[in-house]
Write a protein that binds this ligand. Structure first.
Ligand SMILES: Cc1ncc(COP(=O)(O)O)c(C=O)c1O
Length: 392
Protein backbone atom coordinates (compact mmCIF):
# COMPACT_ATOMS: atom_id res chain seq x y z
CA UNK A 1 0.00 0.00 0.00
CA UNK A 2 1.26 3.47 -0.89
CA UNK A 3 1.65 6.12 1.73
CA UNK A 4 -1.63 8.11 1.88
CA UNK A 5 -1.48 11.65 0.52
CA UNK A 6 -3.95 13.43 2.74
CA UNK A 7 -2.78 14.23 6.27
CA UNK A 8 -5.05 14.90 9.22
CA UNK A 9 -5.75 18.59 9.89
CA UNK A 10 -5.27 18.04 13.60
CA UNK A 11 -3.04 15.11 14.64
CA UNK A 12 -3.99 15.35 18.33
CA UNK A 13 -5.69 12.11 19.34
CA UNK A 14 -4.38 11.83 22.88
CA UNK A 15 -6.80 10.55 25.52
CA UNK A 16 -5.88 13.42 27.80
CA UNK A 17 -5.15 16.21 27.54
CA UNK A 18 -7.39 15.93 24.49
CA UNK A 19 -7.54 18.02 21.32
CA UNK A 20 -8.64 21.61 21.80
CA UNK A 21 -11.94 22.55 20.15
CA UNK A 22 -11.82 23.17 16.39
CA UNK A 23 -10.57 26.66 15.68
CA UNK A 24 -9.09 27.22 19.14
CA UNK A 25 -6.22 29.64 19.53
CA UNK A 26 -4.73 31.42 22.51
CA UNK A 27 -6.78 34.50 21.53
CA UNK A 28 -9.75 32.69 23.05
CA UNK A 29 -8.18 33.53 26.40
CA UNK A 30 -7.51 37.22 25.88
CA UNK A 31 -10.23 38.29 28.30
CA UNK A 32 -9.06 35.98 31.10
CA UNK A 33 -9.13 37.59 34.53
CA UNK A 34 -5.38 37.47 35.05
CA UNK A 35 -3.48 39.18 37.84
CA UNK A 36 -6.69 39.56 39.79
CA UNK A 37 -8.05 37.81 42.84
CA UNK A 38 -10.35 34.89 42.28
CA UNK A 39 -12.22 36.14 45.33
CA UNK A 40 -12.88 39.58 43.79
CA UNK A 41 -16.41 40.30 42.56
CA UNK A 42 -15.20 39.69 38.98
CA UNK A 43 -13.32 36.50 39.93
CA UNK A 44 -16.37 35.02 41.63
CA UNK A 45 -18.46 36.00 38.61
CA UNK A 46 -16.18 34.00 36.26
CA UNK A 47 -16.32 30.95 38.53
CA UNK A 48 -20.08 31.27 38.76
CA UNK A 49 -20.24 31.60 34.97
CA UNK A 50 -18.25 28.43 34.35
CA UNK A 51 -20.42 26.55 36.87
CA UNK A 52 -23.65 27.88 35.36
CA UNK A 53 -22.54 27.05 31.82
CA UNK A 54 -21.57 23.49 32.80
CA UNK A 55 -24.87 23.02 34.59
CA UNK A 56 -26.79 24.29 31.57
CA UNK A 57 -24.98 22.25 28.92
CA UNK A 58 -25.16 19.09 31.04
CA UNK A 59 -28.82 19.75 31.96
CA UNK A 60 -28.09 18.97 35.60
CA UNK A 61 -31.06 18.66 37.96
CA UNK A 62 -31.77 22.06 39.57
CA UNK A 63 -30.94 20.90 43.10
CA UNK A 64 -27.53 19.43 42.13
CA UNK A 65 -24.41 21.41 43.00
CA UNK A 66 -21.33 21.82 40.82
CA UNK A 67 -17.93 23.37 41.40
CA UNK A 68 -14.27 23.51 40.53
CA UNK A 69 -11.75 21.69 42.73
CA UNK A 70 -8.01 21.09 42.72
CA UNK A 71 -6.10 18.13 41.29
CA UNK A 72 -7.98 17.45 38.05
CA UNK A 73 -10.32 14.44 38.02
CA UNK A 74 -8.16 12.52 40.50
CA UNK A 75 -8.52 15.39 42.96
CA UNK A 76 -12.29 15.38 42.55
CA UNK A 77 -12.63 11.59 43.01
CA UNK A 78 -10.36 11.52 46.04
CA UNK A 79 -12.08 14.55 47.56
CA UNK A 80 -15.33 12.59 47.33
CA UNK A 81 -13.82 9.41 48.75
CA UNK A 82 -12.00 11.14 51.60
CA UNK A 83 -14.96 13.27 52.70
CA UNK A 84 -17.95 10.98 52.08
CA UNK A 85 -16.92 7.41 52.83
CA UNK A 86 -17.05 5.72 56.20
CA UNK A 87 -20.68 5.38 57.27
CA UNK A 88 -21.47 2.43 54.98
CA UNK A 89 -19.69 -0.56 53.40
CA UNK A 90 -18.42 0.20 49.90
CA UNK A 91 -18.85 -1.72 46.63
CA UNK A 92 -16.24 -0.77 44.02
CA UNK A 93 -16.22 -1.78 40.38
CA UNK A 94 -12.94 -1.56 38.48
CA UNK A 95 -12.17 -2.86 35.00
CA UNK A 96 -9.06 -0.95 34.01
CA UNK A 97 -6.25 1.07 35.51
CA UNK A 98 -8.14 4.08 36.90
CA UNK A 99 -11.14 2.24 38.31
CA UNK A 100 -8.83 -0.24 39.98
CA UNK A 101 -6.90 2.70 41.41
CA UNK A 102 -9.96 3.75 43.42
CA UNK A 103 -10.03 0.24 44.92
CA UNK A 104 -6.42 0.76 46.04
CA UNK A 105 -7.40 4.08 47.62
CA UNK A 106 -10.26 2.51 49.57
CA UNK A 107 -8.42 -0.61 50.71
CA UNK A 108 -4.81 0.40 51.19
CA UNK A 109 -5.01 4.08 52.02
CA UNK A 110 -8.39 4.75 53.64
CA UNK A 111 -8.21 1.20 55.06
CA UNK A 112 -12.00 0.91 54.96
CA UNK A 113 -13.12 -2.14 56.95
CA UNK A 114 -15.70 -3.33 54.45
CA UNK A 115 -14.92 -3.10 50.73
CA UNK A 116 -16.47 -5.42 48.14
CA UNK A 117 -14.29 -5.47 45.02
CA UNK A 118 -15.75 -6.29 41.63
CA UNK A 119 -13.06 -6.46 38.97
CA UNK A 120 -12.84 -7.41 35.31
CA UNK A 121 -9.99 -7.62 32.86
CA UNK A 122 -9.29 -5.18 30.02
CA UNK A 123 -12.08 -5.31 27.46
CA UNK A 124 -14.72 -6.62 29.86
CA UNK A 125 -17.17 -5.17 32.37
CA UNK A 126 -17.78 -6.73 35.82
CA UNK A 127 -21.33 -7.79 36.70
CA UNK A 128 -22.86 -4.48 37.74
CA UNK A 129 -25.96 -6.24 39.05
CA UNK A 130 -23.88 -7.37 42.02
CA UNK A 131 -24.02 -3.83 43.45
CA UNK A 132 -25.72 -3.56 46.81
CA UNK A 133 -27.29 -0.13 47.05
CA UNK A 134 -27.52 -0.25 50.82
CA UNK A 135 -23.77 0.36 50.43
CA UNK A 136 -21.92 3.20 48.79
CA UNK A 137 -21.09 2.23 45.20
CA UNK A 138 -18.05 3.54 43.30
CA UNK A 139 -17.39 3.04 39.58
CA UNK A 140 -16.01 4.72 36.46
CA UNK A 141 -18.50 5.57 33.73
CA UNK A 142 -15.93 5.04 31.00
CA UNK A 143 -12.71 3.13 31.53
CA UNK A 144 -10.36 5.30 29.53
CA UNK A 145 -7.56 2.74 29.38
CA UNK A 146 -9.70 -0.14 28.08
CA UNK A 147 -12.34 1.71 26.08
CA UNK A 148 -15.09 0.00 28.06
CA UNK A 149 -18.04 2.03 29.37
CA UNK A 150 -21.14 1.17 31.34
CA UNK A 151 -23.98 0.72 28.82
CA UNK A 152 -26.46 2.73 30.93
CA UNK A 153 -27.43 3.40 34.53
CA UNK A 154 -30.56 1.23 34.60
CA UNK A 155 -28.93 -1.02 37.20
CA UNK A 156 -29.02 1.81 39.76
CA UNK A 157 -32.30 2.20 41.63
CA UNK A 158 -33.82 5.64 42.25
CA UNK A 159 -34.49 4.82 45.91
CA UNK A 160 -31.00 3.72 46.96
CA UNK A 161 -29.78 4.10 50.54
CA UNK A 162 -26.05 4.47 49.86
CA UNK A 163 -24.40 6.99 47.58
CA UNK A 164 -23.28 6.35 44.00
CA UNK A 165 -19.89 7.91 43.27
CA UNK A 166 -18.97 7.98 39.60
CA UNK A 167 -15.65 8.92 38.01
CA UNK A 168 -17.05 10.07 34.68
CA UNK A 169 -14.12 12.05 33.36
CA UNK A 170 -14.04 10.60 29.85
CA UNK A 171 -17.83 10.29 29.62
CA UNK A 172 -19.24 13.68 30.66
CA UNK A 173 -20.22 15.75 27.59
CA UNK A 174 -19.93 12.67 25.31
CA UNK A 175 -22.42 10.14 26.69
CA UNK A 176 -26.01 10.21 27.95
CA UNK A 177 -25.86 10.32 31.75
CA UNK A 178 -28.93 10.13 33.95
CA UNK A 179 -27.66 12.33 36.75
CA UNK A 180 -30.55 11.40 39.04
CA UNK A 181 -28.89 7.96 39.36
CA UNK A 182 -25.61 9.48 40.53
CA UNK A 183 -24.82 11.27 43.79
CA UNK A 184 -21.27 12.27 42.91
CA UNK A 185 -19.95 12.79 39.40
CA UNK A 186 -16.40 13.89 38.72
CA UNK A 187 -14.57 14.96 35.60
CA UNK A 188 -11.90 17.25 34.28
CA UNK A 189 -12.09 19.86 31.51
CA UNK A 190 -9.08 18.27 29.80
CA UNK A 191 -11.15 15.43 28.32
CA UNK A 192 -14.23 15.87 26.14
CA UNK A 193 -14.16 19.68 26.30
CA UNK A 194 -10.50 19.82 25.26
CA UNK A 195 -9.92 22.14 28.21
CA UNK A 196 -7.02 22.33 30.59
CA UNK A 197 -6.04 19.87 33.32
CA UNK A 198 -5.07 20.75 36.90
CA UNK A 199 -8.68 21.48 37.85
CA UNK A 200 -11.37 18.93 38.46
CA UNK A 201 -15.10 19.37 38.62
CA UNK A 202 -17.36 17.80 41.22
CA UNK A 203 -21.12 17.42 40.94
CA UNK A 204 -23.05 16.63 44.12
CA UNK A 205 -26.64 15.49 44.61
CA UNK A 206 -28.52 16.86 47.64
CA UNK A 207 -27.90 13.52 49.41
CA UNK A 208 -24.16 13.77 48.75
CA UNK A 209 -24.13 17.32 50.17
CA UNK A 210 -25.96 16.09 53.27
CA UNK A 211 -23.47 13.24 53.73
CA UNK A 212 -20.54 15.62 53.30
CA UNK A 213 -21.95 17.93 55.95
CA UNK A 214 -22.75 15.14 58.41
CA UNK A 215 -19.47 13.27 57.84
CA UNK A 216 -17.22 16.23 58.56
CA UNK A 217 -14.89 15.38 61.48
CA UNK A 218 -16.25 11.81 61.63
CA UNK A 219 -13.74 10.05 59.36
CA UNK A 220 -11.10 7.81 60.90
CA UNK A 221 -8.52 9.29 58.50
CA UNK A 222 -7.23 12.84 58.21
CA UNK A 223 -8.88 15.00 55.55
CA UNK A 224 -6.48 17.52 53.97
CA UNK A 225 -7.69 21.11 53.75
CA UNK A 226 -7.72 20.90 49.93
CA UNK A 227 -10.63 18.38 50.16
CA UNK A 228 -12.71 20.27 52.71
CA UNK A 229 -15.59 21.85 50.83
CA UNK A 230 -17.86 21.99 53.88
CA UNK A 231 -16.96 24.29 56.73
CA UNK A 232 -18.36 23.78 60.21
CA UNK A 233 -20.77 21.17 58.90
CA UNK A 234 -22.16 23.31 56.10
CA UNK A 235 -21.65 23.49 52.33
CA UNK A 236 -23.36 26.81 51.95
CA UNK A 237 -25.96 27.13 49.17
CA UNK A 238 -24.33 28.40 45.99
CA UNK A 239 -20.87 28.76 47.49
CA UNK A 240 -19.30 25.74 45.77
CA UNK A 241 -20.30 27.35 42.48
CA UNK A 242 -18.32 30.60 42.88
CA UNK A 243 -15.79 29.73 45.55
CA UNK A 244 -12.81 27.40 45.56
CA UNK A 245 -10.85 26.00 48.50
CA UNK A 246 -7.60 27.44 47.17
CA UNK A 247 -6.44 29.53 44.25
CA UNK A 248 -7.64 28.35 40.83
CA UNK A 249 -6.08 29.25 37.48
CA UNK A 250 -8.33 31.87 35.96
CA UNK A 251 -6.66 31.06 32.62
CA UNK A 252 -8.01 27.49 32.84
CA UNK A 253 -11.40 28.84 33.90
CA UNK A 254 -11.49 31.15 30.86
CA UNK A 255 -10.52 28.27 28.61
CA UNK A 256 -13.35 26.14 30.02
CA UNK A 257 -15.79 29.01 29.43
CA UNK A 258 -14.56 29.18 25.83
CA UNK A 259 -15.06 25.41 25.39
CA UNK A 260 -18.57 25.62 26.82
CA UNK A 261 -19.45 28.51 24.50
CA UNK A 262 -18.23 26.36 21.59
CA UNK A 263 -20.33 23.47 22.91
CA UNK A 264 -23.42 25.66 22.56
CA UNK A 265 -22.56 26.34 18.91
CA UNK A 266 -22.68 22.60 18.15
CA UNK A 267 -26.13 22.23 19.76
CA UNK A 268 -24.98 21.60 23.30
CA UNK A 269 -24.97 18.18 24.87
CA UNK A 270 -26.76 16.35 22.06
CA UNK A 271 -24.36 17.84 19.51
CA UNK A 272 -21.33 16.83 21.57
CA UNK A 273 -22.63 13.28 21.92
CA UNK A 274 -23.43 13.17 18.22
CA UNK A 275 -19.89 14.23 17.31
CA UNK A 276 -18.32 11.52 19.50
CA UNK A 277 -20.68 8.90 18.11
CA UNK A 278 -19.90 9.91 14.53
CA UNK A 279 -16.19 9.42 15.23
CA UNK A 280 -16.78 5.96 16.67
CA UNK A 281 -19.02 5.06 13.73
CA UNK A 282 -16.27 5.97 11.26
CA UNK A 283 -14.01 3.52 13.07
CA UNK A 284 -16.73 0.86 13.26
CA UNK A 285 -17.13 0.88 9.49
CA UNK A 286 -13.40 0.40 9.08
CA UNK A 287 -12.99 -2.30 11.75
CA UNK A 288 -15.86 -4.32 10.24
CA UNK A 289 -13.81 -4.66 7.04
CA UNK A 290 -10.35 -4.99 8.53
CA UNK A 291 -8.40 -8.23 8.81
CA UNK A 292 -5.88 -6.92 11.33
CA UNK A 293 -7.60 -4.75 13.91
CA UNK A 294 -10.49 -5.11 16.36
CA UNK A 295 -11.94 -3.24 19.32
CA UNK A 296 -10.64 -4.18 22.75
CA UNK A 297 -14.15 -3.83 24.25
CA UNK A 298 -15.80 -7.20 23.87
CA UNK A 299 -19.25 -5.96 22.82
CA UNK A 300 -20.77 -2.95 21.10
CA UNK A 301 -22.95 -1.88 24.01
CA UNK A 302 -19.93 -1.37 26.29
CA UNK A 303 -17.72 0.19 23.58
CA UNK A 304 -16.55 3.70 24.38
CA UNK A 305 -17.21 6.54 21.97
CA UNK A 306 -14.38 8.62 23.47
CA UNK A 307 -11.33 6.52 24.36
CA UNK A 308 -11.54 4.01 21.55
CA UNK A 309 -9.13 1.15 22.25
CA UNK A 310 -8.01 -1.33 19.62
CA UNK A 311 -6.29 -4.69 19.72
CA UNK A 312 -4.26 -6.14 16.86
CA UNK A 313 -5.79 -9.45 15.91
CA UNK A 314 -3.40 -10.42 13.08
CA UNK A 315 -1.83 -13.88 13.56
CA UNK A 316 1.80 -12.80 13.43
CA UNK A 317 1.15 -10.21 16.13
CA UNK A 318 -0.71 -12.63 18.37
CA UNK A 319 2.29 -14.99 18.25
CA UNK A 320 4.63 -12.37 19.79
CA UNK A 321 5.45 -12.19 23.48
CA UNK A 322 3.80 -9.37 25.46
CA UNK A 323 7.01 -7.39 25.37
CA UNK A 324 7.36 -7.85 21.61
CA UNK A 325 3.72 -6.91 21.09
CA UNK A 326 4.30 -3.62 22.90
CA UNK A 327 7.38 -2.96 20.76
CA UNK A 328 5.54 -3.74 17.51
CA UNK A 329 2.53 -1.57 18.42
CA UNK A 330 4.89 1.28 19.30
CA UNK A 331 6.53 0.95 15.89
CA UNK A 332 3.14 1.59 14.30
CA UNK A 333 2.40 4.60 16.47
CA UNK A 334 5.85 6.12 16.10
CA UNK A 335 5.60 5.93 12.30
CA UNK A 336 2.40 7.95 12.51
CA UNK A 337 3.95 10.33 14.97
CA UNK A 338 6.91 10.89 12.66
CA UNK A 339 4.57 11.58 9.75
CA UNK A 340 2.75 14.13 11.91
CA UNK A 341 -0.64 12.48 11.35
CA UNK A 342 -1.35 11.08 14.83
CA UNK A 343 0.22 11.80 18.19
CA UNK A 344 -0.08 9.83 21.43
CA UNK A 345 -2.14 6.90 20.19
CA UNK A 346 -0.30 4.08 21.93
CA UNK A 347 -2.42 2.05 24.26
CA UNK A 348 -2.07 2.89 27.95
CA UNK A 349 1.10 1.48 29.53
CA UNK A 350 -0.66 -1.09 31.73
CA UNK A 351 -3.27 -2.06 29.10
CA UNK A 352 -2.78 -4.78 26.46
CA UNK A 353 -0.56 -3.65 23.57
CA UNK A 354 -2.53 -1.94 20.84
CA UNK A 355 -3.78 1.49 19.87
CA UNK A 356 -6.05 4.05 21.53
CA UNK A 357 -7.52 6.95 19.62
CA UNK A 358 -9.50 9.69 21.35
CA UNK A 359 -12.83 10.26 19.64
CA UNK A 360 -14.34 12.91 21.92
CA UNK A 361 -16.32 15.85 20.64
CA UNK A 362 -13.37 18.11 19.86
CA UNK A 363 -12.07 15.60 17.29
CA UNK A 364 -13.43 16.13 13.78
CA UNK A 365 -14.87 13.06 12.01
CA UNK A 366 -13.09 14.21 8.84
CA UNK A 367 -9.81 13.71 10.72
CA UNK A 368 -10.76 10.20 11.85
CA UNK A 369 -11.56 9.41 8.21
CA UNK A 370 -8.20 10.80 7.11
CA UNK A 371 -6.41 8.85 9.83
CA UNK A 372 -7.82 5.44 8.85
CA UNK A 373 -5.73 4.87 5.66
CA UNK A 374 -2.66 5.98 7.60
CA UNK A 375 -3.36 3.34 10.25
CA UNK A 376 -3.57 0.69 7.52
CA UNK A 377 -0.37 1.98 5.94
CA UNK A 378 1.60 2.07 9.21
CA UNK A 379 0.36 -1.40 10.13
CA UNK A 380 1.32 -2.82 6.75
CA UNK A 381 4.77 -1.26 6.93
CA UNK A 382 5.44 -2.79 10.34
CA UNK A 383 3.83 -6.14 9.46
CA UNK A 384 6.14 -6.41 6.41
CA UNK A 385 9.16 -5.83 8.61
CA UNK A 386 8.09 -8.67 10.92
CA UNK A 387 7.36 -11.11 8.10
CA UNK A 388 10.83 -10.40 6.66
CA UNK A 389 12.32 -11.22 10.05
CA UNK A 390 10.35 -14.46 10.09
CA UNK A 391 11.82 -15.42 6.70
CA UNK A 392 15.44 -14.71 7.77
C1 LIG B 1 -11.26 7.17 34.14
C2 LIG B 1 -10.19 8.12 34.57
N1 LIG B 1 -10.10 8.48 35.86
C3 LIG B 1 -9.16 9.33 36.28
C4 LIG B 1 -8.24 9.88 35.42
C5 LIG B 1 -7.21 10.82 35.93
O1 LIG B 1 -7.53 12.07 35.46
P1 LIG B 1 -6.72 13.36 35.83
O2 LIG B 1 -5.36 13.19 35.28
O3 LIG B 1 -7.54 14.43 35.17
O4 LIG B 1 -6.72 13.47 37.31
C6 LIG B 1 -8.29 9.55 34.08
C7 LIG B 1 -7.31 10.09 33.13
O5 LIG B 1 -7.19 9.70 31.99
C8 LIG B 1 -9.28 8.66 33.65
O6 LIG B 1 -9.37 8.35 32.36
Amino acid sequence: MEKPLLKTNCPNFSSGPCAKRPGWSAYALENALLGRSHRSKEGKARLQEVSDRMKKVLKLPEDYRIGVVAGSDTGAVELAMWTLLGPRPVDIFGWESFGKGWITDAVKFLKLPSVNEYKADYGKLPDLNKANFANDVIFTFNGTTSGVKVPNLDWIPANREGLTICDATSAVFAMEIDFTKLDVVTFSWQKVLGGEAAHGVIILSPRAVKRMEENELKTSWPVPKIFRLAAEGKLKPGELEYNTVNTPSMLCVEDAIDALKWAETVRGLSGLIWRSNANLEAFEEWVAKSDWIDFLAESKEIRSNTSVCFKIKADWFQKLSDEEKTKAAKKITSLLDKEGVAYDINSYGKAPAGLRVWCGATVETSDIKKLIPWLDWAYETVAKEYSKEAVK
